[in-house]
Design a protein. Structure first.
Length: 467
């Protein structure tokens, strides 16, 4: 009798355990994974309303139509007007390949539907929705086209934005792909070693090189004496590891200002060790490194693992933007924007507003502060140093006639090949209207030689054409 009772108890315990596990499993998906499952581009429920609703158009800041839908043979078909130009921004919406970019993020808005709930289903039965909302972007089509033209034939990314509103004016990543030929080109794109599907602007992670020195310079202004002199001999040895200036060139006696203008590696490496990893990490965090940037597209998190057990050589390398520091071009554009905007970093905006079929604005995205990067005094000091970088330092190819430009070049060593060329900057320096980050992947040249002229041309074009 006792044996039978024990067997029954064991069976019941097993059933209860399985039942509880099932509840926990379902609860986990309902609480933590529901959003991800709902928005998965392969979720067939996303397509239910597509058969009945004319998907809304996507337009640039001036009203130019970038993507639209119309009925073809009793079915709605999506059209992309500019081939490759918006492959990483707008993304795609194909039944067999799912959705990406803004087509995925704003799917419900483009279809003019609420969240999929029983109430929504009932409302649809009573009064079916037949036309979606239009998305109006902050992108300027002309500047987007112009930016891509400057990057043509290269690998890399360009991000340009308004530092005072957070509005993205252009966002380009190459290689890219043709949205209109996705069905024909899918296999080739998937096998392409250049990774055309990767949005390098938001998800490409790169060593920032000397552009990171603006953050180290902030730490020196806050915690050390920026006027103390350092004798640069062209190289320094830290724990047996040699750190050299570009081509081993000695800069002589420098203070912080001269060290930034001349991009002196040995100065910043030594000062970075004095600051310590905690201070460098604090500044990095203030400029959204190690944090998720809130944005309309998926973003990779820039990283500086300062909480790890870093040695002096790791800290020295990080101080000059090498070693374990990895950043996205979007993050570097935010760093330039934060300095331009008196230390305040605004959330980057790609979608300005959603407009109903009746012309009513049903959603608007406004500027929101996401971080206090630095105080106004420090921002102004760094800005003035960056102006001198362009006027007489490594960034002279970023000069614009009769306009003061603030910038910083970067030449980042890359373990897998040639160096990356960087430039970040903004203009006019005293009344910033445009901030830019440019990276040329494995360019093999210096940021001052190849990235700075591209940034300069974008700033000129933006200042001349954007109201």
């Amino acid at each position: 009798m006792n044996k039978e009772l024990r067997r029954i108890l064991i069976v019941l315990t097993g059933i209860c355990t399985l039942f509880v596990s099932l509840i926990v499993y379902i609860s986990y998906f309902q609480i933590f994974k529901a959003e991800a499952v709902k928005n998965n581009s392969y979720n067939k429920r996303l397509w239910i309303d597509e058969e009945k609703i004319l998907r809304g158009s996507i337009i640039d800041r001036n009203g130019k139509i970038l993507a639209y839908s119309e009925k073809v043979d009793d079915a709605y078909k999506r059209f992309y007007n500019y081939g490759n130009l918006y492959s990483h921004v707008i993304g795609y919406s194909y039944r067999e390949y799912g959705k990406s970019g803004l087509e995925l993020k704003y799917n419900n808005t483009l279809l003019n539907i609420d969240e999929t709930t029983p109430f929504h289903e009932l409302k649809n039965i009573v009064k079916p929705n037949t036309e979606g909302n239009t998305l109006k972007l902050t992108i300027d089509h002309h500047l987007q086209e112009y930016s891509r033209g400057l990057l043509q034939g290269k690998r890399g990314s360009i991000v340009s934005m308004n530092p005072r509103t957070g509005e993205i004016y252009s966002m380009v990543s190459l290689p890219d792909f043709n949205l209109s030929n996705l069905r024909e080109d899918w296999n080739d794109i998937m096998e392409d070693e250049g990774k055309p599907f990767l949005n390098r602007a938001t998800s490409g992670l790169y060593t920032p090189g000397s552009t990171f020195k603006v953050l180290t310079a902030i730490g020196i202004l806050e915690d050390l004496d920026p006027n103390s002199r350092y004798e640069c001999t062209g190289s320094i040895t830290i724990d047996g590891y040699p750190i050299k200036d570009y081509k081993g060139r000695a800069h002589g006696s420098v203070d912080l200002r001269e060290a930034l203008v001349k991009s002196c590696n040995t100065y910043f490496a030594g000062k970075g060790i004095e600051l310590g990893k905690g201070k460098l990490g604090e500044i990095a965090n203030n400029f959204m490194i190690n944090k998720k940037i809130p944005f309309d597209l998926p973003t990779a998190k820039s990283t500086f693992p300062y909480k790890e057990n870093l040695g002096k050589t790791d800290i020295a390398a990080a101080s000059i933007g090498q070693g374990k520091v990895l950043v996205t071009p979007l993050n570097m554009a935010l760093i330039a924007s934060g300095i331009a905007n008196k230390g305040e970093i605004l959330q980057p905006i790609l979608v300005k507003e959603a407009i109903s079929p009746d012309g009513e604005i049903v959603r608007i995205n406004e500027a929101k502060k996401i971080s206090d990067g630095i105080d106004i005094f420090t921002a102004n000091e760094i800005k003035n140093m960056m102006v001198e970088v362009v006027e007489r330092g490594t960034g002279t190819n970023g000069k614009i006639q009769n306009i003061r430009v603030a910038g910083k070049t970067g030449t980042a060593e890359n373990p897998s090949g040639k160096s990356h060329a960087w430039f970040i900057g903004f203009a006019p320096a005293d009344d910033p209207k445009i901030a830019v980050a440019v990276i040329l992947e494995e360019d093999g040249s210096t940021g001052g030689r190849t990235a700075a002229p591209i940034a300069r041309n974008i700033m000129i074009e933006a200042l001349n054409t954007i109201e």
